[in-house]
Design a protein around this ligand. Structure first.
Ligand code: ZN
Length: 491
């Protein structure tokens, strides 16, 4: 027996049926489709410059589009939109069934993937899907191949019970892991078809744990690019030249010292920092109280020299959360100009090149930061060495800007909590994420009044971008049901 409660957008039995529908859809359809998806090395164009010739991106886009169309969702129309020379976008549209509702819900996801990386468990691999208990392993399943499939399942879950919903459009891109440099052109072209966007559902983000629904409150921006220092035109005997010819590696160290305090990891230029809003610090305290040590313990720490494990920059959960979400940080993610260690003779190498990945706080402009970083690294080169920094992206659109969520509308806060209680038995959590989803700042600029439900399945140890990436299937099911429930509350 369920008492009808007028304060609930959905009654408990309706929420239960959403949950059951989502669970069935994952078992029968989404997991099998994702296994096929994981097998395709649909690397983002930055990691597969031959993507057009290789056809992998086209294949995952075609597979997803064919599946969506085959589902026969009432009123759904779909188009694979292609702008010459750019990665394709899936655009689908489902008319409103809620009377008088004029707003549109945009559902976003991406189908391109990060490259393989090393260190996969011997029974796993990036392109070999494996369902092991609750976890579906393989590259791209959780980031972010599931989004298009889960979005459709959420819509179907509503339609199955005849629950009214607003107009819904889907926007599934294939350039996200390259910084979405193709997306602005599509947003320009599709803007008239997006309509009056009231809610954006983005399923490309993370979760603090697997026990509740997590809303992402901010994302970092990013500048990535290649720093190269050339000192000689060819390598020479290190016994002959070292001490006289400056080491290109030492010059790189000097240049990075302009950017970062090597002892603390603190980024030196003030312009790469922003003020952290007081409300976000408040929210971070609440999140730290939920997650506590798990904030840093979830990483795969190495065993240190004395047998104790390696330690983070801070063990204070509040500082730990702020450092990974509201502060800039530099990572060196690739290198060139070095032989493999087994082939390394005593040679003074002619050049050193590093791929840099600089995460930026949510309120720092990515393009401006890219230009400032280029000047900082290239000006006044030590020893008059040839120093270049080539930021990723396209001219006029280097870097990606982060995002700080708009104030949460009361209806959305209520709907998120009701959905989290219904499907997880716990309230919704709020967390900043340190990753980057370029679309969010683009959409926020284009639709300043839209509310944003940014969520995802990337919880503890899911390890997107690294080895052993997995998707936590039970979380995916509950998230799908929660999305359906929130959409039902939107009007
Ligand atoms: Zn992603």
């Amino acid at each position: 027996m369920n008492a009808r409660d007028p304060n609930l957008a959905l009654q408990p039995d309706q929420a239960t049926r959403l949950g059951n529908y989502a669970a069935g859809a994952w078992d029968d359809e989404i997991v099998p489709r994702l296994k096929t998806y994981i097998e395709v090395p649909a690397k983002s164009p930055m990691f597969d410059p031959q993507w057009q010739h290789n056809g992998y991106i086209d294949r995952v886009v075609r597979d997803a589009a064919a599946w969506v169309e085959g589902r026969k969702v009432g009123g759904l129309t779909l188009e694979v939109v292609r702008i010459e020379g750019r990665t394709p976008v899936i655009f689908f549209e489902v008319p409103a069934t809620k009377p008088g509702c004029t707003q549109t819900v945009v559902m976003y996801g991406h189908l391109d993937k990060q490259p393989e990386f090393s260190g996969w468990r011997s029974d796993l691999g990036p392109w070999t899907p494996k369902l092991d208990g609750d976890k579906l392993y393989g590259r791209g399943g959780a980031d972010d191949g599931y989004a298009v499939y889960a979005s459709i399942a959420a819509i179907e879950a509503l339609k199955e019970q005849g629950i009214a919903h607003p107009r819904i459009v889907g926007l599934i891109e294939s350039c996200e892991e390259s910084g979405s440099f193709d997306l602005p052109a599509y947003l320009d072209a599709l803007k008239p078809r997006l309509g009056d966007v009231g809610l954006v559902v983005c399923l490309d983000s993370g979760a603090g744990n697997y026990g509740q629904l997590w809303l992402t409150t901010s994302l970092r921006g990013m500048v990535s690019g290649v720093l190269k220092v050339e000192i000689l035109s060819e390598g020479v005997h290190s016994g002959d030249a070292s001490g006289l010819v400056p080491s290109s590696f030492r010059i790189v160290r000097q240049l990075l010292d302009r950017l970062e305090d090597a002892r603390s990891g603190h980024l030196l230029p003030e312009s790469f920092h922003c003020q952290i809003p007081a409300s976000r610090i408040e929210q971070t305290r609440a999140t730290a109280a939920i997650l506590r040590d798990e904030v840093w313990k979830r990483f795969p720490w190495a065993c240190g020299a004395d047998g104790a494990t390696a330690v983070p920059t801070t063990t204070d959960p509040v500082e730990a959360l702020l450092s990974r979400t509201w502060r800039p940080a530099l990572s060196v993610v690739g290198a060139e100009g070095f032989p493999q260690i087994g082939d390394a003779g005593n040679v003074l190498r002619p050049y050193t090149a590093f791929k840099l990945s600089l995460r930026l706080p949510p309120l720092v402009d990515g393009h401006m930061a890219a230009l400032r970083l280029k000047t900082l690294l290239e000006d006044n080169a030590p020893y008059n060495a040839k120093v270049t920094f080539h930021p990723d992206g396209r001219a006029g659109a280097f870097g990606a800007t982060g995002w700080n969520a708009p104030d949460l509308a009361p209806w959305l806060e209520r709907a998120l909590n009701q959905a989290s209680q219904a499907h997880f038995g716990a309230p919704c959590g709020f967390i900043g994420q340190g990753g980057t989803i370029p679309l969010m700042s683009m959409l926020q600029r284009g639709f300043p009044r839209a509310q944003m439900m940014v969520c995802g399945v990337l919880g503890s140890k899911s390890n997107a971008h690294g080895p052993n990436e997995f998707l936590h299937v039970p979380y995916g099911k509950r998230l799908t049901a929660s999305v359906a429930q929130v959409i039902a509350a939107c009007d």
